[in-house]
Design a protein around this ligand. Structure first.
Ligand SMILES: [Zn+2]
Length: 414
C-alpha cells in the first residue's frame, strides 16, 4: 500500500513536471517576436551594433591562437581570461578539458547548453595571421569554429550589458577534440545528461540548423586467397578479381536519397608487386545514412555480394570495421519544443531556414544521450579545414543576434 502510495505520488509529480504541450511554429513565432520588442532585448542588440570593431578584433585574436585537437590549452586559457571578467556564476574546466561557463537564471526555467569547439584541424606550430579584404576575414579556423566561440562571448557580454536575467541557466561549453572524436562533448553530456534540457551545438551554419546526426560507418573488406606468382597454375586468379566484381555490384545497390544516405569506395589495394597474384585484396567503404535501418540493410546486401564473389573463386572474406558511429536520432524530434522554437527564431530573424537531419558534430553526442539537441552557427563562411578559410563580416552580427535570441527564447526571461 505504501508502495502504491509513493507510486501515485511519483505519478503526480511526473505529470506536474511534464512539459506543457508543444505549440505550433507560428505560435512560437509570436512569442519570439514579442521578445524582440522588449526594451532589454533591444538594448542587447544595440550592444552588438555598437561593438562591431571590438568583436572582430577579438574574433581574430582567438583565431590566431592555433588549437589543434588535443592541444587546446593556450586558446582555452585566453578565452577563460575573458570569461573571468564577465561575472559569471561559475567558470571551470571539466575532467576532459572542456571550458565551462555558467550564467545562472532565476531557477524557474530549463537548463540550456550552448557549445562551440575550441579545436582546429591545423598542424601544431602553424602561424596564423588573419587578413581582411572585400568584407571577409581570411584565416584558417576563422569559421570552424572560432566564429561560434566569438558569438558566444559577444552573447554573454550583450546579456550582461542589457541586464537580462533569464529564467533557466545558460551554460556555455567550449569543447575539446570535436574534430577527431567528439570526446570533449561526449564526456560533458554523459556527466551532465540528467541536468541538460536543451543542447545547442554551434558548428558551421548560419541560416539553417540540423536536428539529427548522420550515421557514419567505415569498413575495410578483404578477399583472402592463396596468391602466387603470375605464372603459377594455381590458383587461377588474383584476389583482385572478386574485388573488382564486388565493387561493380556494390555500386549498383540502391542508396536512398531520402533518408539521406551515401556510399563511397575510396581506397583499394592488392599485391605489393606486379608479378604476384594478390593473396589479400582490399577496399574501403564509407557508408552514411540518417537512418540506422538503411545502414543495416546496405551492410547486409554488401555482405551477401562479398560472400558470393568470394565463393565463386574459392576465397574468403575478412572485414575490418574502421569506425562506426550510428545515426543520432530521437523519434519525433522534428516536432519537439526545441526544434519548433529554433525554427521560429530563425523565421523571426528573417531566415527561411533549411532544416536537415544530417548533422555531423557535437550535437550527435547529445542526441545519442537522449538530449534534445540542434546544431547551427553564427555566420556564413567558406573553405573550412583549408588554409583559405574565410568568413563574411557583416552577416556575423546578425548571426550573433540570432544566437542571443535563441538563448533567451529557450531559457525564458522574467
Ligand atoms: Zn567544426
Amino acid at each position: 500500500m505504501r508502495r502504491l502510495l509513493s507510486l501515485l505520488a511519483l505519478l503526480l509529480i511526473t505529470t506536474t513536471l511534464a512539459p506543457a504541450q508543444v505549440k505550433t511554429v507560428s505560435q512560437y513565432s509570436e512569442q519570439v517576436k514579442a521578445l524582440t520588442n522588449r526594451a532589454d532585448m533591444k538594448a542587447a542588440n544595440g550592444y552588438i551594433d555598437r561593438h562591431h570593431d571590438s568583436i572582430v578584433r577579438e574574433w581574430i585574436a582567438i583565431t590566431e591562437i592555433n588549437a589543434p585537437s588535443g592541444q587546446e590549452k593556450q586558446r582555452a586559457k585566453y578565452i577563460e581570461s575573458l570569461l573571468r571578467k564577465y561575472q559569471l556564476d561559475d567558470v571551470h574546466y571539466d575532467s576532459a578539458g572542456n571550458l565551462i561557463a555558467v550564467r545562472k537564471g532565476t531557477g524557474a526555467g530549463p537548463i540550456v547548453v550552448f557549445d562551440a569547439h575550441l579545436d582546429t584541424v591545423f598542424q601544431p606550430g602553424l602561424q596564423i595571421k588573419a587578413t581582411i579584404r572585400d568584407g571577409k576575414i581570411y584565416a584558417p579556423g576563422i569559421g570552424d569554429d572560432t566564429r561560434n566561440i566569438e558569438a558566444l562571448l559577444a552573447t554573454i557580454r550583450a546579456l550582461n550589458e542589457a541586464k537580462i536575467k533569464t529564467k533557466g541557466d545558460l551554460v556555455f561549453v567550449f569543447t575539446v577534440e570535436e574534430e577527431t572524436t567528439m570526446k570533449g562533448a561526449q564526456a560533458f553530456v554523459s556527466e551532465n545528461k540528467e541536468k541538460i534540457d536543451q543542447y545547442i551545438a554551434l558548428d558551421g551554419g548560419y541560416e539553417g540548423f540540423t536536428y539529427a546526426g548522420i550515421g557514419i560507418n567505415w569498413y575495410r573488406h578483404h578477399f583472402i586467397g592463396p596468391g602466387g606468382h603470375t605464372r603459377s597454375r594455381t590458383p587461377p586468379y588474383s584476389a583482385t578479381l572478386p574485388l573488382a566484381r564486388a565493387i561493380d555490384r556494390i555500386y549498383q545497390l540502391k542508396v536512398p536519397a531520402n533518408p539521406s544516405s551515401n556510399l563511397n569506395i575510396g581506397m583499394l589495394g592488392g599485391s605489393e608487386v606486379v608479378n604476384a597474384k594478390a593473396s589479400d585484396a582490399w577496399f574501403s567503404v564509407d557508408l552514411r545514412s540518417t537512418s540506422n535501418e538503411v545502414i543495416a540493410d546496405l551492410e547486409k546486401q554488401i555482405k551477401r555480394i562479398l560472400d558470393e564473389e568470394a565463393a565463386r573463386v574459392g576465397m574468403k572474406v575478412k572485414t575490418d570495421i574502421l569506425g562506426a558511429s550510428p545515426a543520432a536520432v530521437i523519434p519525433g524530434h522534428r516536432e519537439s519544443y526545441l526544434v519548433r522554437i529554433s525554427e521560429a527564431v530563425h523565421r523571426v530573424m528573417g531566415f527561411d531556414p533549411p532544416i536537415t537531419n544530417a548533422g555531423s558534430n557535437n550535437s550527435s553526442a547529445a542526441l545519442r544521450e537522449g538530449i534534445s539537441s540542434i546544431s547551427t552557427g553564427a555566420g556564413p563562411c567558406e573553405g573550412s579545414h583549408g588554409l583559405n578559410e574565410n568568413c563574411e563580416i557583416e552577416p556575423f552580427f546578425k548571426g550573433i543576434k540570432k544566437i542571443l535570441l535563441l538563448g533567451v527564447a529557450l531559457a525564458g526571461v522574467e
